[in-house]
Design a protein around this ligand. Structure first.
Ligand code: GAR
Length: 215
């Protein structure tokens, strides 16, 4: 399944997807990496892997999100993209765009949603005093960091943690969870049905963490 990964920065989740997609039986192909920022370090990862890249600089469009998305959409069409992964893509998408890709677009978020949508999730989890934190891969719906979860992975909050140590523990799980979820989506094993996620088949590539679904 031809897949585009949308990024805004570092691209470590993109790196995990590229590594997973190198396996001959991985069901998704990295057809395009698109960034809304030309300086995103993830673009370099894509180039090194020989994946086509595109930059649609969101700053050029000001508040005109529809015009920004029209250009993004044109790039996706040109590369015959079927699935979209938001991997650290820090732009809010309009309802028409989300509707067009509903059921075919997933996002990774660094918290156990619906706790801590938005930014600074690790500092907020520490401030709230939670014992478990983690990450969520979900189908994108019109709200920010909303939409039914395909899978979540939890990690403990340990004594002495700061936002950086907690972020690193979560990120390790992000790198397991996102490639697993994309594989399920591409194989038709994770399907959005009436606003809920239906899982089927041999779902279970995510391992090591307290993860649901479990391996
Ligand atoms: C990841 O932690 C991802 O979960 C988060 O941005 C980071 C991107 O890192 N996404 C969000 O906060 C979306 N609301 P990466 O560029 O190294 O993959």
């Amino acid at each position: 399944m031809r897949t585009a990964v949308l990024i805004s920065g570092r691209g470590s989740n993109l790196g995990a997807l590229i590594a997973a997609a190198a396996a001959p039986d991985y069901p998704a192909e990295m057809a395009l990496v698109l960034s809304n920022r030309g300086e995103a370090a993830g673009l370099e990862r894509a180039r090194e892997a020989g994946i086509p890249t595109a930059v649609v600089d969101s700053r050029r469009f000001g508040r005109d999100r529809a015009a920004f998305e029209a250009e993004v959409g044109a790039a996706l069409s040109a590369h015959r993209v079927r699935l979209l992964v938001l991997a650290g893509f820090m732009r809010v998408l309009t309802q028409p765009f989300v509707r067009e890709w509903q059921g075919r677009m997933i996002n990774i978020h660094p918290s156990l949603l619906p706790a801590f949508p938005g930014l600074d999730t690790h500092a907020r989890a520490l401030a709230a005093g939670v014992r478990l934190h983690g990450c969520t891969v979900h189908f994108v719906s019109p709200g920010v960091d909303e939409g039914p979860a395909i899978a979540q992975a939890a990690v403990p909050v340990l004594p002495g943690d700061d936002a950086a140590t907690l972020a690193a523990r979560v990120l390790e799980q992000e790198h397991r969870l996102l490639p697993a979820c994309l594989a399920w989506l591409a194989r038709g094993e994770a399907v959005l049905v009436g606003g809920a996620v239906r899982l089927s088949g041999a779902v279970g590539a995510a391992s090591g963490a307290l993860a649901n679904p479990l391996p």
